[in-house]
Design a protein around this ligand. Sequence first.
Ligand code: FEO
Length: 400
Amino acid sequence: MYDIRKISDDVIYLGCSDRRLALFESAYPIPNGISYNSYLINDEKTILLDTVDKSCSGQFFQNLEAALDGRELNYLIVQHMEPDHCALIEDVIALYPEAKIVCSAKTVALIKQFFDFDIDSKAMVVKEGDTLSTGKHDLTFVAAPMVHWPEVIVTYDKTDKALYSADAFGSFGAINGNLFDTDINFEKDYIDEARRYYTNIVGKYGAQVQMLLKKASNLEIKTIYPLHGLIIKDNIDKFIEKYDKWSRYEAEENSVLIAYSSVYGGTENAANILAGKLADKGVKGIKMYDVSHTHSSYVLSDAFKYSHIVFATTTYNNGIFETMENLLHNIAAHCLQNRKIVLIQNGSWAPTCGSAMKAILENLKGTEIIDESVCIKSALKEEQLSELDSVADKIISSLK
Ligand code: FEO
């Protein structure tokens, strides 16, 4: 049975949710599932904005047939060529051979890489500022390179004052009936997963996100239609403000994230004692992760959130314990900036992980290692408590 939602006079939601997939992109845990959003504008012409992941194809084609209700499909706008959105474009064209594919020139090249159908005879190539009038609706195309791939366009509907934003302003999480942010508690129930989605998927491309935000600031936007997650109406300013912070690598919380890995508990003990000292000295909102227990996508997300980060780990194979090494490379690959960092190393006979951690982090722009003096030899000793006091004092002075 089809499962479509009328979301305005002319716009139908025909996306799908997947609650079975364990890892989005084979990389990111999605305990609350994921939605693949697709929209149909029913104007004098019919316009489909993106398809969905292959896993939802059965539901999607029932939805598309119901949404078109006997009409032909005139345009398929391909905003993003990642297969979670483009997987079904060849099948759509096979069913609706008269449809034109509206996309960027780079998308045409990518379609040729992913598919074998004749895109050249179907493509209507658009570039920054090009428009398409479909009757009542006037669509303008805006280039959004690297948000999240180079070919991306987003689409502004001047009539509805709506931005179809591709991967931007999306989130992990399936659609649970409620389609709009108006129906949920945005701060409590949405922003954390939206942050984890942004930071892990698009976080590296802050400069390009800033370019898109600049273009968006010239548009009057009443609704944002992303390709994942809820349709945004009430929290547009708040969400844009978050995107601005995240893409400038500016912390949201002036507080401390402590990320540790510990083989037999010695490093964990030091991390806990440091956290307690910080709390006793008045630091609020401290967050801690055992990075061997929590997937790095969550820790990375909070690394974008917190101003100060303590990394504590042990030496392993003459380097960094692997779960911490993975996290640090992940943070460096996402080009995190502007953080104050403390490194704590453990090593029973030849501690080397401190210098190895420093080598990964020291070139991050605007980032300062404010202390790297604590070296645990297997287990923290009473005489080292003063070292942790000194680290806590340095952090607190830097927080001020
Ligand atoms: Fe949701 Fe970059 O694809």
